[in-house]
Design a protein around this ligand. Structure first.
Ligand SMILES: Nc1ncnc2c1ncn2[C@@H]1O[C@H](COP(=O)(O)OP(=O)(O)OP(=O)(O)O)[C@@H](O)[C@H]1O
Ligand SMILES: [Mg+2]
Length: 450
């Protein structure tokens, strides 16, 4: 913190300088506005104490000149002949405070301390915003990803509702957070709710809040007021909740569970889904009217295997990040390993790649990561097995059946490798355990009895 005092009374200057230096601040002074202004331009100051009556400038004019040129600088006015109008005027022109002579030196120290705290908070805010933007930057340079970025940049500032669809782990939430950060609502909350992991009885209270005799709980819709509401895996929402949600989306009004008051919340909706909602609509499990409501701007996140050019950039990014976070020396990936990573089909998409790289970085004892460091399940043959031999496919099946068949086989493979330990297999596949359970149920997969 550096402080400058501009006052034509030298004893005032030295008194302020003395007390502030005692407190550990750097402080200099100038006896005229011209000299003071020159010092401000040449050196870096955080706070100025400015006399209202200076021989070469009227203080309030000086204040405006400083604020025009250095809007971030905090100016505290000091005056011997104070009138309340002067004080009000100064504050209006952006002064931090207005002090009367004789000065209370204690007050001066408190003011400087308060300004220091304010600057620290601003600095932290700026830093966290920068870090967040960096965190949710989309890494990748493929044509598909560049198009995605362009689209996100274009739609983010508007208030339009967005439906993001993409496979598990492809980056739907990552994209949703980026959209929020690039929107005008960036300073307001980003609130998410996962529609598939919350049981029906609870989701209603979670979304709308509840009002019972002894408890009041604010729901996510209300919390998102002014900001963004992300409904994750909206395709998994039960029919009953679909109807309730539709009503809110149409009218903007809702009531807490057990409450009577109509509540309004202004949120931007971003829904995500890994299901094809059009299929869900035609099979009758997702309401068509709700689908049209939420799908104002559709955004597709392509699966990682369709944009292999992004893999090296992502892998290097995750490697650097892991090494930094774990205080490891920088590591590199051998060209052979990188080739293998690029060829792999990544059924768990970017999340799976991230986890594989993290594991490699933490477990490998050398600074070069090579094929030998890969876990067993990820051997050469495995990656080749990812590509189902095309001749084995019956070309009369619809794409969906072929995909399901592949998924089933792949899950069996992971379960076998994990000795039918579901937690372990879900880690190998990089999917949630509950999601694996669901898939196992769908495909009727059970541990074979010996
Ligand atoms: N383009 C990208 N650049 C950097 N990191 C990414 C990118 N895409 C995804 N990630 C990272 O990959 C991981 C998975 O992404 P995310 O959670 O957004 O996927 P998702 O599609 O929401 O997954 P799920 O379907 O399981 O909910 C996160 O750690 C995310 O930060
Ligand atoms: Mg997600």
């Amino acid at each position: 913190m550096r402080v400058l005092v501009i006052d034509d009374e030298k004893n005032i200057c030295t008194a302020i300088q003395g007390i502030l230096e005692d407190e550990g601040y750097q402080c200099s002074y100038r006896l005229s506005f011209e000299d003071g202004f020159k010092a401000l331009q040449e050196e870096q100051f955080d706070v100025v104490f400015l006399d209202v009556w200076l021989p070469d400038k009227d203080g309030s004019e000086g204040l405006r000149e400083i604020k025009r040129n250095m809007p971030e600088l905090e100016v505290v006015m000091i005056s011997g002949h104070s009138k309340i109008e002067n004080a009000v005027d100064s504050i209006r022109w952006g002064a931090y405070d207005f002090l009367e002579k004789p000065l209370s030196l204690e007050r001066i120290v408190t003011i400087v301390m308060r300004i220091q705290e304010k600057l620290k908070i601003l600095e932290d805010l700026r830093e966290s915003k920068f870090n967040l933007l960096k965190k949710y930057n989309l890494i990748g340079a493929s044509r598909l990803l560049r198009n995605l970025k362009k689209k996100i940049e274009k739609v983010s500032p508007s208030n339009a509702w967005i439906l993001i669809y993409g496979e598990n782990g492809s980056g739907k939430e990552h994209a949703a957070r980026l959209i929020h950060m690039l929107s005008k609502r960036a300073e307001a909350p980003f609130v998410e709710i996962n529609c598939s992991s919350v049981p029906l009885e609870i989701i209603e209270g979670e979304l709308f809040g509840c009002e019972k005799a002894e408890t009041q709980k604010i729901g996510k819709i209300e919390l998102a007021n002014g900001g963004t509401l992300m409904l994750d895996e909206i395709g998994d929402l039960e029919q009953q909740m679909q109807a309730k949600l539709l009503k809110v989306l149409e009218g903007g009004l809702f009531t807490r569970v057990g409450g009577v008051e109509n509540i309004r919340s202004d949120f931007r909706l971003i829904s995500t889904t890994s299901k094809n909602l059009e299929v869900e609509v035609s099979s009758g499990s997702f309401r068509e009217d709700l689908y049209y409501r939420i799908n104002v701007i559709p955004i597709e996140i392509p699966p990682l295997r369709e944009r292999p050019e992004d893999i090296p950039l992502l892998a290097m990014h995750f490697l650097e990040e892991t090494c930094f976070e774990n205080a490891l020396t920088r590591k590199v990936i051998t060209p052979e390993l990188m080739q293998l990573l690029v060829r792999f089909k990544w059924p768990g998409n970017v999340r799976q790649l991230r986890h594989v790289v993290e594991r490699l970085a933490v477990l490998s004892e050398t600074e070069t990561l090579s094929i030998g460091d890969l876990p067993d399940y990820f051997s050469h043959e495995d990656s080749a097995a990812n590509e189902i031999p095309i001749e084995s496919l019956d070309m009369h099946s619809p794409l969906k059946d072929a995909r399901d068949e592949f998924e089933k086989q792949y899950i069996i493979k992971a379960l076998t490798a994990a000795n039918w330990n579901v937690s372990k297999a879900s880690r190998l596949l990089d999917i949630e355990r509950s999601y694996l359970h669901k898939k196992m149920k769908n495909y009727n997969l059970e541990k074979p009895t010996q």
